[in-house]
Design a protein around this ligand. Structure first.
Ligand code: COS
Length: 380
């Protein structure tokens, strides 16, 4: 067993840490307050190669491994989880899905621009009545004269307003249930494709989340991903990797909150001494650090599984389930350690607490992760 990171992995981690500190920290409170999309910051992340990290350089990506990706996700999430969700969706759901299942033409036309960060993408599975119950897709894609006609609504779509390319899951043959579902590549501006209003959110407020409405959107047949009926498998396979990214995001939120709490406890005084000298606070730090380390090992193990061609459905789900709980618990304790200051914006921990919550919900709720884990265990 070798826990040592390569020189390249350490360098990329350091680059992400410097970037987050220098480019994301200034303005993060204001972006959260105004629900402002981090346009300039996304441009810089594209220049650093963070938007197509695992995509082959042949298609405009950085050709890095999943370990490097999760470390970048952790470092960015320590400071700005709104930025890291953009990185996560573009990398794990959009670029990975296209690189692994797209045709050569689809890769040339879309992937190269997405992986270089020239444009960003969105992944559209959730619907008003199909969140956890993802096989119940109501959006339809009916084949007609060499095209598909798409009708329906998608909900809570990350990058919903800012993306140029959308991977949309829709039902073509309802009688075949999930085996009749397809995935399609849609472009912003296609006639009948409407972007709904921006959601007003509790956390990750810098990322733009929208509903999408499709009214007879005509999509060329060559924009279908994979064989007819491959759409649900496509969504499941893509989400399995996406969950590793969100686990890394949760890990970053937890470690960001922990680092802030530790530093604060070394300067804040009560009863004549720094509060870290009180066991009530020191023990909280000990618990936080231990849980974060455990979460980090689960995240790295899932990333390692993916890099080494092992199955990662279970390890990714376990990493997400545990890391998201640690993110929530750690952020709440970080606010507690900050006392009254924890409840005001300038100390950052209240934002991290709000941002943490979504990691237990998107890309499969904690309850869904338990479904995936328990089914996997019982099938062994
Ligand atoms: N990789 C490949 N195929 C998978 C898979 C995976 N990780 N997980 C499930 N599948 C396949 C199954 O093998 C089955 O196909 P076959 O009938 O050909 O064997 C098919 O998908 C349906 O699976 P299942 O019968 O288990 O469907 P269920 O409706 O019972 O549950 C869960 C599937 C709950 C796991 C799925 O709906 C899910 O992950 N839901 C959450 C979706 C989600 O994350 N939403 C968030 C929105 S994206 S931000």
């Amino acid at each position: 067993m070798d826990f040592k990171l390569s020189e390249e992995q350490l360098l990329i981690k350091e680059a992400a840490r410097d970037f987050a500190k220098n480019e994301l920290l200034p303005g993060v409170i204001e972006r959260d307050e105004k629900q402002e999309f981090p346009k300039e910051q996304v441009k810089k992340m594209a220049e650093l190669g963070f938007l197509g990290m695992m995509t082959s350089p042949e298609y405009g990506g950085s050709g890095m491994d999943t370990i490097s990706y999760v470390m970048v996700m952790e470092e960015i999430s320590k400071i700005d989880a709104s930025c890291s969700v953009i990185v996560s969706v573009n990398n794990s759901l959009v670029c990975w899905g296209l690189e692994n299942y797209g045709t050569e033409e689809q890769k040339k036309k879309y992937l190269t621009r997405l992986a270089s960060g020239e444009i960003i993408g969105a992944f559209c599975l959730s619907e008003p009545e199909a969140g956890s119950d993802a096989t119940s897709q109501k959006t339809t894609a009916i084949e007609k004269d060499g095209h598909y006609i798409i009708n329906g609504t998608k909900n809570w779509i990350t990058n919903g307003g800012t993306a140029d390319v959308y991977l949309v899951i829709a039902q073509t043959h309802p009688e075949k249930k999930h085996k009749g579902i397809n995935a399609f590549i849609l472009e912003k501006g296609m006639p009948g494709f409407e972007i709904g209003p921006k959601e007003q959110k509790l956390g990750i407020r810098g990322s733009d989340t929208h509903s999408l409405i499709f009214n007879d959107v005509k999509v060329p047949k060559e924009n279908r991903i994979g064989e007819d009926g491959f759409g649900f498998k496509f969504a499941m396979k893509t989400l399995a990797g996406g969950r590793i990214g969100i686990a890394a995001q949760a890990l970053g939120i937890a470690s960001g909150a922990y680092e802030l709490a530790k530093e604060y406890s070394k300067v804040r005084k009560s009863f004549g001494t720094e509060i870290c000298n009180h066991q009530a606070i020191a023990f909280k730090l000990a618990d936080m650090h231990t849980q974060i380390e455990a979460a980090r090992h689960l995240v790295l193990k899932a990333a390692w599984d993916k890099d080494n061609g092992h199955d990662y459905d279970l390890s990714g789900a376990m990493a997400k389930l545990y890391a998201s709980q640690v993110a929530m618990d750690t952020a709440i304790e970080a606010v507690q350690i900050h006392g009254g200051n924890g409840y005001v914006k300038e100390y950052h921990v209240e934002r991290l607490m709000r941002d943490a919550k979504i990691t237990q919900i998107y890309e499969g709720t904690s309850e869904i992760q338990k479904v995936v884990i328990s089914r996997g265990l019982l099938a062994e």
